[in-house]
Design a protein around this ligand. Sequence first.
Ligand SMILES: Nc1nc2c(c(=O)[nH]1)N[C@H]1C(S)=C(S)[C@@H](COP(=O)(O)O)O[C@H]1N2
Ligand SMILES: [Mo]
Length: 256
Amino acid sequence: MTQKPEPTRLDPHLLAPDHDGTRLVARRRLVEGGLGVGVFSLLTGWAVTNNDEMMAALRAVSRLNDGAQAALFSPGKLARTYAEAEITTLFPFNGFYPEAAAPAIAASEWKLELTGKIADRRARTLADLEALPQESQVTRLICIEGWSAVGKWSGVPLRRFLEAVGADLTAKYVGLRCADGYATSIDMPSALHPQTILATRFLDQPLPTAFGFPMRLRIPTKLGFKNAKHVTELFVTDDHPGGYWEDQGYNWFSGL
Ligand SMILES: Nc1nc2c(c(=O)[nH]1)N[C@H]1C(S)=C(S)[C@@H](COP(=O)(O)O)O[C@H]1N2
Ligand SMILES: [Mo]
């Protein structure tokens, strides 16, 4: 089922707060590309659950280069949030291996290594993360492979964490490496976005193994593959870090 907003209802979203040339050009390129309602439904958080439409929208956005995407979608724009009643039961697993192969990590042995442009690079424990201010969100995780699901995640906002460890917030990228060999990276404005969290809880419980125990990135303004699970290292850098899927051709920006 697809809930399509009336085109007129999209106007506030199409009108970005600042009308600089880059934004307008980028927006016109989207519109001229014939994307119309579908892509904006997805990226402005309107309910789109039809896979064909969603995949067409994702492919279309991925054809824009990273700069055009960054210019089009302002860092302050919020991903849609949902009511707890809308949480997907039987939340799907996704990984580059079967669910049973997800790494089983002992909480007591886990540490988050910190490298790169960070002043206080002492490794952090789960208790360290949980001692920082926590936020919860009910948002939709959208996988590029053609499914999406609403879940509830809680943890410390990445911005608060980066501030706490003295990260250089003027650096360009935050990179993540994971216990299973996975890796991804995001731009600093997305790292500082209020809905980007280092999630340690799913549905108010510790993260299940399959969903990234003990800590995953939850970033609802980016596609699922940016939501790194089982994170073991966080680094801050000015050198474009790439990632597991990004290095195989997935669009790097992939988000709002
Ligand atoms: N460490 C790790 N993180 C990962 C992946 C992975 O294979 N390994 N898959 C990514 C992809 S493609 C998606 S869609 C989401 C799926 O998250 P879920 O299993 O909680 O649904 O995790 C992302 N994070
Ligand atoms: Mo995915």
